[in-house]
Design a protein around this ligand. Sequence first.
Ligand SMILES: Cc1cc2nc3c(=O)[nH]c(=O)nc-3n(C[C@H](O)[C@H](O)[C@H](O)COP(=O)(O)OP(=O)(O)OC[C@H]3O[C@@H](n4cnc5c(N)ncnc54)[C@H](O)[C@@H]3O)c2cc1C
Length: 297
Amino acid sequence: MTFEHVPVSTIDETLAAMKQFGERGKLYAGGVALSILMKSKVYRPEVLIDVAGVKELSFIEETPGGGIRIGPGTVHRALETSPLIRERCLLLAEVFHNVATIRIRNTGTIGGNICFAEPASDPPGVLLALEARMKARSTNGSERIIPAAEFWIGYYECALRPDELLTGIEFDPLPPGFRTGYTRFTTRSKEDKPCVSISAAVAVEADGITCREARIGLGGVEAVFRRLASVEEGLKGTALTRKSIDGVLTHALGDLDPISDIRASGDYRRQVTPVLIRRTIEKAMDMSGSPARAANS
Ligand SMILES: Cc1cc2nc3c(=O)[nH]c(=O)nc-3n(C[C@H](O)[C@H](O)[C@H](O)COP(=O)(O)OP(=O)(O)OC[C@H]3O[C@@H](n4cnc5c(N)ncnc54)[C@H](O)[C@@H]3O)c2cc1C
C-alpha cells in the first residue's frame, strides 16, 4: 500500500495540510486504530497527516475554574499517571489505567480514541458523566465547542466535520458531594475492549442515601455512547439501596437498544447491563469514605 506521509508540527500546519489535501487527507495520531484498518486493507488512505509531533495537542492542564483541559494528542498512559488527573479526577485515571495494554496506552491518544468512536471504548462513557466539552477548530478558522452529549452521533461516528480538528477536551470539577464508580465488563479476556462499560457519578442528600443527582454514562452496549437519562431521572429522590436501584432499572431501561457483536449478543447485553449499572452505583457509594476514590478529592 502506498500513501503520502505528511508530518506536521503545529496546529496551523495541521489545518493547512487538512485544507490542502481535503478528503484525500487523514489525520493520524497514535495510529493504533488506523494502522489496523490499513494493515487489513479495510482502509487505504492517500495522505496521512501525522499529528504525533504537534506538541500543542498534547497537554494536561488545570482550568481557572479548577477543571481539567486535555490535549487530544495526550496518550492514555500520560492520563493514567498524571498527578493532576489522579488528584482531581481519579475516575479518569482509573479508566485510562484499564485501556488495553501498556504498549497501546503508550501510543494511543485520547483524541484518536474518542474520534474513532468505536462502541467498545472506555473513555467516552466517563467523559459523558463528567459533562466534558470538546473543542474543534475548522480549516476556515472558526472554533466550536461540542458537549459530550452531542459528540457521538453514530456507529464509529463522531460529530466532527471533515474540516475540523479536535484541539481540546475540557471538564469542570464535579460539584461537591459527588461520588464516582466505573465498571468495565469484558467477555473474552481482562485486557479486551469492554463489552459493557458503565461510568457513574452520584450525589446524595444529607441523609447519605437518597439520590440527589445521578449521571450514568453507557458504553459498549449500544451503537452510540450516551447518558441514561431515564435511569438518572428514576434514581433522583430514590434511596440508593440494592432493591430500589433494581426497581428503577426494571422500568427505566425500556429504550435500551443493544448491539450484537463478537463480544456478546444483544440479549446478553440486555441482561447484564442493569446488574452492572447497579453494581457501579454501589461501588460509587462504597467509595464515599475513601478520599482516594471520592470524586475530586
Ligand atoms: C489491541 C487493542 C486493544 C484496545 N483496547 C482498548 C480498550 O480496552 N479500551 C479502549 O477504550 N480502547 C481500546 N483500544 C482502542 C485504542 O484505545 C484506540 O484505538 C486508540 O486510542 C486510538 O488512538 P490513536 O491515537 O491511535 O488514533 P488513530 O488511529 O491515529 O486515529 C483514530 C481516528 O481518530 C482521528 N483523529 C485522531 N486525532 C484527531 C484529532 N485531533 N482531531 C480529529 N480527528 C482525530 C483519526 O483521523 C482517525 O479517524 C484498543 C486498541 C487495540 C489495537
